[in-house]
Every structure is written in C-alpha cells, then in structure tokens.
Design a binder for this molecule. Structure first.
Ligand SMILES: [Zn+2]
Length: 257
C-alpha cells in the first residue's frame, strides 16, 4: 500500500520531468511514466501464468474464454490470425509514450474470437474479444498482452522493437511502481516456446482479417486446419483462393477507407 501512495505522489513531478527529458530518463530515475494513463484492466482476472522477461516481452494472464476489453480509446491497427499467435487484435491507443512520442500499441494474442476488425474505432472498456487458446505458441488457455512504443507497421505485419512491461500500466494490480529493469530466470521450456514463436513470426504467416473476411472465417479456418503449420502462409493462401497481389492491395485499401 505504501508503494502505491509513493507512486501517486511522485506522479505530478514525474510527468513534467518525463515530458521535458525525453530519452528514457524516467526509467533511470525510478519513475513510472505510464501509471497516469489510467488504463482499464483488460479482462476479468489479474492472475498471471507468465510475466515479462527478455525472452517473453509481454504478460500471460490466466483466463479462459473471458471477455477482453480495450484499456483505452483507440483504433484497431490490425486484427486477424497468425500461426504462432492464433487470433489477434492490435490496438493503437490514443496515448503517446513520453519517451518516443509514438502512440502506444497493445496486442492481444491467442484469442478464441474477435468482435472488432481492422480499422474500427474502440472506446475505453469496450469488449473487443474473448480470450482463448489459439495458435502454436501456447501450452494452455491464456491471454497474452504486450505493449509497444516503437512499432513498424507496413499494412500487413507488425514488427516491434521496444516492448514495455505491462505491469507499469496497472501498478496497483501488481508489484509496482518500482521502475527498475529486471530479468526473469529463463527455463528450458520458455526457450523452446520462444523458438516456436520466432519460427512463425514473419509476414508470411500473418493474416489480416481483411484477407480472412474476403473468403469468410469458416472457409479460412477450414483451409488453415487442412495445412501443415509450415504451409499456413499468405502466399499459399492466395494461391488456394486465387487472390492476386493486386486484389490483395485493393482489399487492404478498402478496409482502411
Ligand atoms: Zn505470452
């Protein structure tokens, strides 16, 4: 309890320091620049099955078939399916990271189902999905979230280089807000999982819902389930359903209008 109070008291000073300092000074000074965003918690429980570490740059929440909420007002940057992550939703929030001055993007992975599509506007607390256990990079039902401040998005695939420990966004739920860098002990099992993730973590395996909706979700899943993992790629999919590069480009443009 004392920790939380210290965090709140420190905040007024912290915000001005962060805005003027810019480059990661907040981390060095032990200040949490994110707890003033006041994000809504993303699901119905806060029990974690896996925390943030160097090789797992997100948080696994131990829920199954529970509603998933957008923590903040924003836009669905991308939603769809990819081999390692299963059904996913990525939301670009309205909040900018004080260090990079880019909008924070939160991703939700392994979803059972999604209720939003690429390009949709979402409000704070809006139900966007139901958690699940889809994709290869999962050993049981859970909700994976990660929060990113340096995304690169080329219209089909999101690649992130700077991911923040989600704990700092909800310090009153977790052990916070001590903003010290830390690393978790890595087990063999986790390394194996990460190798699996890396294997399919490329644009080839990344299906945005625009492409999925074109053939229908049912047809899409039927096709996915009939393919060996290695063959569940966008080029193979386009071949199977006769979608030219030009057609794909057109569909993507339409989705963003
Ligand atoms: Zn995870």
């Amino acid at each position: 309890m004392r920790k939380i109070r210290a965090g709140i008291l420190g905040l007024a000073l912290a915000v001005s320091a962060v805005v003027s300092a810019g480059n990661g000074t907040a981390y060095a000074e032990g200040i949490n620049p994110y707890d003033d965003f006041n994000w809504r918690w993303v699901t119905t429980d806060t029990e974690l099955s896996r925390g943030y570490s160097k090789s797992h740059k997100g948080m696994d929440i131990a829920v199954n078939k529970e509603p998933v909420y957008s923590p903040q007002k924003g836009t669905v940057l991308s939603a769809g399916y990819w081999t390692s992550a299963g059904n996913y939703v990525a939301i670009e929030t309205r909040d900018k990271d004080p260090d990079t001055n880019t909008k924070l993007v939160i991703r939700f992975l392994h979803l059972k189902s999604k209720s939003v599509s690429t390009g949709d506007s979402v409000s704070k607390g809006e139900e966007i999905a139901v958690s699940g256990n889809t994709g290869t990079d999962t050993t049981g039902p859970h909700l994976h979230i990660d929060i990113n401040n340096e995304g690169e998005y080329d219209g089909t695939y999101i690649n992130y280089s700077n991911t923040i420990d989600p704990k700092y966004f909800w310090p009153h739920y977790f052990d916070g807000p001590t903003f010290a860098l830390h690393e978790e002990h890595q087990t063999e099992e986790h390394q194996t999982e990460d190798e699996l993730l890396r294997k399919f973590d490329s644009a080839e395996y990344f299906f945005e819902d625009t492409l999925i909706n074109y053939v229908g979700e049912e047809e899409f899943m039927k096709w996915i389930n009939s393919q060996p993992l290695e063959d569940q790629t966008v080029p193979n999919f386009k071949k199977a359903f006769n979608i030219s590069d030009e057609k794909e480009k057109k569909l993507m443009q339409q989705a963003r209008e």
